[in-house]
Every structure is written in structure tokens, then in C-alpha cells.
Write a protein that binds this ligand. Sequence first.
Ligand SMILES: Nc1ncnc2c1ncn2[C@@H]1O[C@H](COP(=O)(O)OP(=O)(O)OP(=O)(O)O)[C@@H](O)[C@H]1O
Ligand SMILES: [Mg+2]
Length: 510
Amino acid sequence: MADHADTLAVEFRNIDKAFYGVKANDNVNFDLRRGEVHALLGENGAGKSTLCSILAGLYRPDAGEFIFEGTPATFKTPKDALAAGVGMVYQHFRLVSNLTVAENLALGHPKLSVHISQEQLEEEARQLGEEYGLPVDPKARIWQLSVGEQQRVEILKLLYRDAKVLILDEPTAVLTPQESQQLFKTMRQLAAEGRSVIFVSHKLYEVKQVSDRVTVLRDGKTVGGAETKDAEPRDLARMMVGRELDLPTRDPNPDIGEPMLIAEDLRVAGDRGLEAVKGVSFEVRRGEVLGICGVSGNGQRELAYGLTGLRIPSSGKVILDDEDITKKTVEQRIDRGIAYVPQSRLGMGLAPGLTTEENLALKAYRKPPFSNGPMLAPGVFKENGTKLIEQYDIRGVRPGLPIRLLSGGNLQKALLAREVELNPKALIARSPTRGLDVGATEAVRNLVLDERAKGTAVLLISEDLDELLALSDRVLVLYEGEVVGRMPAEEATPERLGLLMAGHRDEGAA
Ligand SMILES: Nc1ncnc2c1ncn2[C@@H]1O[C@H](COP(=O)(O)OP(=O)(O)OP(=O)(O)O)[C@@H](O)[C@H]1O
Ligand SMILES: [Mg+2]
């Protein structure tokens, strides 16, 4: 017993944690060895973030035992946890965006005082970044960084405090495949140094690739655990959802109709004034899914903005159902039939402080039956909400409480439900299944394919090649704001797309 305890960093015994009467963790058992990468798997809402947050001192368990490095412990605050050597990178980052990287590392550091110079701090940040394969410019301000870089800063922040247990809550959800591979190297390095890493992910192949052990949660309970090498992805998936799964893919659709959404030599500015979309043209037909792939930051975001009216294109045309909508506002475009599912669900897609019912009506509210002139009809909100929540299987909704309390997958289902309920002519979706578990991914993919079957023109912007190839009829590759390849899905392979995404021209593809 003694030497066993010696290798364990953390033991959770019979942990309970409820929110408003709903058990997010129900009698959970979990242990973490020193020097291992331990994957935590589970559907959206299974209780992964809750468990991690208890360990990181953000929440306190209602019941159960927590043993840290062999002795019973309680962390009252994240600060307590960090002082003991436990730190977490949250699903939603917590950096101060006006400060530099180096300043963020120093922020709240217990041992740091005014004595350390800016240069010293920056030098230390640089060295730490180099040592762990997490390069980032120490002088850069957070807002200037990509999400991938911001995540590196979060990890560096923990290493700067010499954390022994690092909890990464769905870190790859915001990374490109290449960035994920680099992160895996870093994770293995941390484990080799005797640190412990908790890795939350929905992607079974990632879990298979990087972890030593895996624990599966379902409905707040631990349903299984294994050495990763002995675990078959299929079995893990079944354990997670409690049934067999089959991810939907498109069947060739003979009903592709006339062009519905057209971009003509479209140019859109980026955040720093430079052109981000440089003369892009395409058409999406009724009943067709056009997939747009590219490494993040190659103009996808600005393209979506230009099409939805969040940013008015500097030149070129956007045409919807034969009408030029280039200069129309967001609201005017919604009225004409553009639906948009953005990448960041909270923030741009949903109003975090409003209830689920209110959010579900957020786009339709200006029209009857929701409002009649200036009057809003509360009964209709409720009815509409209840119907959609059931129809789209949105779980975890509690009446009167804000939507931000829903898990990621359920937020996404709510967002999609709201958008497709308006019967759009064109649906523009950016990474609609990012961060979703296999069950929710199945539901969201089905929603997208249902829209296609209804004759909606779907533009799917995604970095996930598997998904793109599973859903798209045609694929177009963006590189530095230009289209560098277009082809029917049948001719697209991950290798071919990967090369184009990296900037290699391919004569047959244009
Ligand atoms: N602060 C909170 N207040 C109320 N309910 C919460 C809170 N945090 C989590 N929950 C609820 O607890 C349950 C478990 O949520 P949790 O965030 O732990 O799931 P998860 O496994 O991390 O899901 P995801 O994969 O979507 O991130 C969900 O039903 C969620 O709505
Ligand atoms: Mg979570």
C-alpha cells in the first residue's frame, strides 16, 4: 500500500458535486499517477470539467475524499491548488488580454515581487517556452495572439509556477492538427519529467495516441478505466454513450439544385486592416454542402464575416437567391435567409446571460408570433423553447437559468436549433462540431445533412478534414486568403488537402 501511494499524485474517492440539484459528479472515483498522461473521456455534460475544477480548487465537492500526494487535502481556491502544484488550463481561457505574455506569467505569482526586471521576466518566459516546445513572443500582448498561442501561455503560466499536476480541459479543440501534435510532444515531455497530465478530449484517436491511461465518465459517474494500450476506440465510444455509434456521412445527393449562395471576387479586410480574403469566388447550390478547409487564420473567419454581414466586404459581391446582399446588414441578411453558426458559441452565437428559451428565440423575436408590434409574448417564448429543446435533444436545461450553464455540446445543439428553425436558404457553419463528443457530433452532423436534404445551401468551414470529407459534396481550400484548390469530395484525400493547406499548389485542383 505504501509504495502504491507513493506513485499516486491524486486520489478521488466517491466524489459528489451537484449544481442546483443536478449531480454533475456522482460517486466518482479517479486516480492519477505521477508521470502519466491520463485521458478523461465522456460526452458533453458528463462531468469532466466539474471533476477537473474540483481538483483545481475552483469547486468544492459536496462529498467524498480527496487525497493529494498521499494525504487528505482540500483546496479552497485555485490559488491553494496552485500553491500545492495543481493547475488547470480551462476550456475558456483566463488571460488578461491587455497585458503581455511575460506580464501574464508574472501575474499573481506568489514569489514574484518588484525586484525582477521586465527583461529578466521576458528572458525567463522565452527560455521556458523553448524548453517545453511552447514558443511564444514574451513581449506580445495577449490579444495579438492566436488561440493556439494563448493556450501555450496558459500552459507556460502553470510551468512558471512549477505545477506538478497539469489539467488540460479539451486543449486540442482550439488547435490545428499540427499544433495538436506539438502539444502532445510537450505533454509526453511533462510526463517524462514525473509530472502528471490530465487530458480531456472527445477525440478517441488523440486519446489513443498520447495517453497512458483513460477514465470514462457518463452522466457524472465513472463507468470505466483502462490502460490506453488495452482500450479499443470502439469500446471507449460505447462506454461513453452507452450504445453503438455510427457517425453519419453524406450520400451522394442527386438533388443538387441551382446556385443559391454566390461569392464573386470577394475581398474582406482582416483585423489589422490588411486584406484577409483576397478575391474569393464560389457558388453553393441548393442541397449542396460546400466544404472550405484551410489552416486556421487563412481567411476563413473573415470570409464568414463577409458573407454574414459582420464585416462589409471591401469589394466583390455576395449574392443570395439572385439578390445582391453585399451591402446589407446582418439583420437584413437574416431576414433574407442567411443562418450562421459561429465557432465561438458563447460570445457571438448565444447570449450567455439569457435563458435557453430566450436564446432559442433570439433571432425570430422581432417577428410574430414572438412579438406583436412592440409587445413581447412570454408564453410563446416558453412554448417555442420547450418544443425545440425536445426536438433537438438539448440536455441539462433548467428553467429560468442562464444558457451558459449548459455543456458545450448542448450549447451547440441549441445554437443550431435556433438557426435551422428559421428555414434558411443558406447555412454557414464554422467548425460546428468542435469540442463536441461523439454523440453530439452525430446529432450535429445529422442536422447539417438534414438541412442539405431540405435543399438548403450549406457552407461548411472547418479545419477538421475527416468531418469535411464526410459531409461535403465539394471542397475548396483557402490559403492566405485565396482559393488554391477546388475539387469534388470524391477526388479529395486528406493528403491532397493537407498539401494544399500548407501552400503547395496542385495543378489538377484549381
Ligand atoms: N457552474 C455550474 N452551474 C450549474 N450547472 C453546472 C455548472 N457547471 C456544470 N454544470 C452542469 O453539470 C453537468 C456537467 O457539466 P461539465 O461541464 O462538468 O461537463 P463536461 O463533461 O465538461 O462537458 P463538455 O464536454 O460539454 O465540456 C452539466 O449538466 C452542466 O450543465
Ligand atoms: Mg467541459
